[in-house]
Design a protein. Structure first.
Length: 248
C-alpha cells in the first residue's frame, strides 16, 4: 500500500469550457501538460488519473500514465477521488486538479507534509494581488484563521467584504488585507475521503458550487497553508491562452 499517492480526477465535460482537458495547447492536450508537470515536479509519489470517459483514458494511457476508469455519474471530484482510492489503497491522497498546469512540487510536498502531521484534510491558498482577481467569481476566496492555519469558509464572493468602502476596493487594499485565493489542491486522509463521499450534498455546497463546503458543513476541519508559487488554473478559454503565452 502506498502511504501517499497523487490522484487526479478528470471529467471530460465542463460547463464553462467544454472538453477543456482535451483542448490543444501547442499541439498537446491540456491534461497531458498537467500530467507531465506532476510527473516531473513530484516523481517520488505514485501518480494516477481517475477519469470518467474513454477519450481521457486513451489520451493519458497512450502517454504512459496510470488510469482508473470511474463512474460518469459522480457529482464532484471528491466522489471520483474516493472511488479511485478504493482501488489504489493509499493511506493519504493528494488531489491535484487536472486543469492546473503549473502545480509545483513544493505545493504537493506541502500538502503531503500536512497530512503526515496528522490533519485529516488540507488545502492551499495564496494572497490575492489584484482587485480584479479578488472580484472575479471564478477565483475562489478562502477566509483563514491565521494562527492555526485553518479554513473558516470558501466563497466565490469577495471575502472579507470591505464594508467601510461599500465593497469598492483597489489593488493596494487587497494587498494590505488577509485576502486569499484558494487553490484547487487538496490532501485527504483515506478514511475522511471515504466518509466525505457518503455525505449528502451540502446546502452551501450547492449554492456556491464548491464541494469543499460539504466538509465544513459537516463539522470537519480543513488545514490550509500558504504558497507563493505561480499558478494558472484553466477555467475558461482565456485561461488556456494565458498558459500558452506563459509557455512562450
Amino acid at each position: 500500500m502506498a502511504q501517499t499517492a497523487i490522484i487526479v480526477p478528470c471529467r471530460l465535460e465542463s460547463t464553462r469550457f467544454p472538453r477543456k482537458l482535451l483542448h490543444m495547447i501547442k499541439g498537446r492536450p491540456l491534461v497531458l501538460w498537467v500530467a507531465a508537470r506532476i510527473a516531473r515536479e513530484a516523481p517520488e509519489f505514485p501518480l494516477y488519473f481517475a477519469v470518467d470517459h474513454p477519450l481521457l483514458a486513451e489520451c493519458l494511457g497512450a502517454a504512459g500514465f496510470s488510469v482508473i476508469m470511474t463512474s460518469a455519474a459522480h457529482q464532484s471530484g471528491t466522489d471520483r477521488l474516493a472511488e479511485a482510492n478504493r482501488i489504489v489503497g493509499a493511506d493519504r491522497v493528494v488531489n491535484v486538479q487536472a486543469d492546473e498546469p503549473l502545480v509545483s512540487g513544493g505545493q504537493i510536498r506541502m500538502l503531503a507534509a500536512l497530512l503526515a502531521s496528522g490533519v485529516p484534510m488540507a488545502t492551499l491558498a495564496t494572497p490575492f494581488r489584484r482587485a480584479a482577481d479578488f472580484a472575479n467569481p471564478n477565483q475562489v476566496k478562502v477566509v483563514l484563521a491565521p494562527a492555526v492555519r485553518r479554513a473558516l469558509f470558501f466563497s466565490r464572493s469577495p471575502l472579507p467584504y470591505a464594508r467601510d468602502r461599500a465593497g469598492v476596493v483597489d489593488d493596494a487594499w487587497v494587498l494590505a488585507q488577509p485576502c486569499f485565493k484558494h487553490l484547487g489542491l487538496y490532501g485527504y486522509r483515506a478514511d475522511l475521503l471515504q466518509k466525505i463521499a457518503t455525505l449528502p450534498l451540502g446546502r452551501l455546497e450547492q449554492i456556491e458550487k464548491l464541494e469543499q463546503l460539504r466538509v465544513l458543513e459537516n463539522g470537519y476541519e480543513i488545514a490550509c497553508d500558504l504558497t507563493d508559487d505561480l499558478t494558472i488554473g484553466v477555467d475558461l478559454p482565456e485561461d488556456a491562452v494565458k498558459f500558452e503565452q506563459w509557455l512562450g
